[in-house]
Design a protein around this ligand. Structure first.
Ligand code: UD1
Ligand code: UDP
Length: 367
């Protein structure tokens, strides 16, 4: 049987999580030769995820530098990925999401006339400044992709409204739910001592548009919530971006009920989400996972390209102002009816079978 070579490019932690189920599903196909290319835009965060899924990269560009700038990272990624394409000459290239790695992957494929396949296609906030620079990255990826794997009907319709041909858009669901199901079933330990008598608020913050005043407001609101609720403890696996660590450790260190911890392995983070009463986050992936685990999630952003959970009433977009964060979180802690209305276990972003649909679509189009 003829084989096609598919290069799967990964840069960061969430790309590792969301591409792992696709890579594992493709590897089971006799017609697919899968080559994993890691730009290592993230180093430790990406390594941990790939190890969890037992994926060894075939090429590792080792791009990450401490406190890297967007321009320098982009330049290194263009040169590095183009070099891999020169030697590898794949039939197809696939990447997921909206990072610098994804935007550069699409660009390099365009220059080399290699079909680019985009996983998690069609998300839009309609504001190039927010999320920054991700909205630009996904618009570029969407403009250049030959095949678009849309995670939701909203995303599919968005692509069609931009003039993308109907027969190049496949609604698959989000592969993050495939990964979540696989890892949640492992039920691995959290490895951090938490008080079983206390309610857990789990938080993550890392978006660039939240650096500076917004993240300072967010930290002050966290402090207030913990002080006002003695039965609550808060856990924050702090993203290693120096803009995040500076704010988190600078403003919240030393509180006995605030656990600032290094990033958790994905398996431990899933266990923490399952253990949490409430999740506050500006993360894309966490917005998708929390509803599937029946956990209310308050989104610490002014906009979102993921409206489906908000529309379904299982997530709320609360912004980054101190008062709003305190008010919204306190309501959920105090009001069991409100809590139950958000903890329904709906999964607007997928059913855990997205990677199978992606494999089927590639087979029927390219084999
Ligand atoms: C990147 C993505 C963002 C995604 C996020 C997921 C871009 C521009 N940004 O943001 O879309 O939501 O990843 O987490 O593509 N660092 C480490 N070790 C790591 C990873 C990061 O030390 O394993 C530190 C380094 O100092 C690095 C900095 O974080 O320079 C920023 O990394 P970068 O990938 O540029 O941006 P993120 O904020 O992580
Ligand atoms: N995550 C993790 N460990 C952590 C925090 C998050 O494994 O300490 C996972 C989370 O479950 C989700 C993904 O990382 O699947 C989200 O990554 P991130 O928030 O860094 O990026 P985004 O999704 O916003 O691009």
């Amino acid at each position: 049987m003829a084989q096609i070579t598919i290069a799967c490019i990964i840069g960061t932690r969430p790309e590792g999580i969301k591409m792992a189920p696709v890579i594992l599903a493709l590897r089971r196909q006799p017609w697919a030769r899968v080559v994993v290319v890691l730009t290592a835009q993230h180093r430790e965060l990406a390594d941990e995820v790939l190890a969890l899924f037992d994926i060894e990269p075939d090429h590792d560009l080792n791009l990450m530098q401490p406190n890297q700038t967007l321009a320098a990272l982009t330049a290194r990624a263009v040169t590095g990925l183009d070099g891999v394409m020169e030697t590898l000459r794949p039939d197809l290239v696939m990447a997921q999401g909206d990072t610098t790695t994804v935007m550069v992957s699409a660009l390099v494929c365009f220059y080399r006339r290699i079909p680019f396949l985009h996983v998690e296609a069609g998300l839009r906030s309609h504001d190039l400044q927010s999320p920054f620079p991700e909205e630009f990255n996904r618009v570029v990826a969407g403009r250049l992709a030959h095949l678009h794997f849309a995670p939701t009907e909203t995303a599919r319709r968005q692509l069609l409204s931009e003039g993308v041909a109907d027969d190049t858009v496949v609604m698959t669901g989000n592969t993050v739910i495939d990964a979540l199901h696989q890892v949640a079933a492992m039920d691995l330990p959290l490895n951090h001592a938490l008080d079983p008598a206390r309610r857990l608020i789990l938080v993550t913050v890392h978006r660039r548009e939240n650096f500076g005043e917004p993240i300072d407001n967010i930290c002050r609101a966290f402090l207030h919530l913990v002080d006002a609720n003695p039965d609550v403890e808060l856990m924050w696996p702090v993203h290693p971006n120096p803009n995040v660590t500076r704010a988190a450790y600078g403003l919240l260190s030393g509180h006995s009920r605030i656990h600032l911890v290094p990033p958790l392995r994905y398996s431990a983070f899933v266990t923490a989400m399952k253990r949490a009463t409430l999740i506050l986050s500006d993360s894309g992936g966490v917005q998708e996972e929390a509803p599937a685990l029946a956990k209310p999630v308050l989104v610490l952003r002014r906009e979102t390209e993921r409206p489906d959970a908000i529309d379904a009433g299982v997530a709320r977009l609360i912004g980054t102002e101190y008062d709003a964060i305190v008010r919204e979180a306190q309501s959920l802690l105090d009001d069991p009816d409100l809590y139950r209305s958000m903890a329904k276990g709906l999964s607007p972003y997928g059913d855990g079978r997205a990677s199978g649909r992606i494999v089927d679509a590639i087979r029927s189009r390219y084999l």
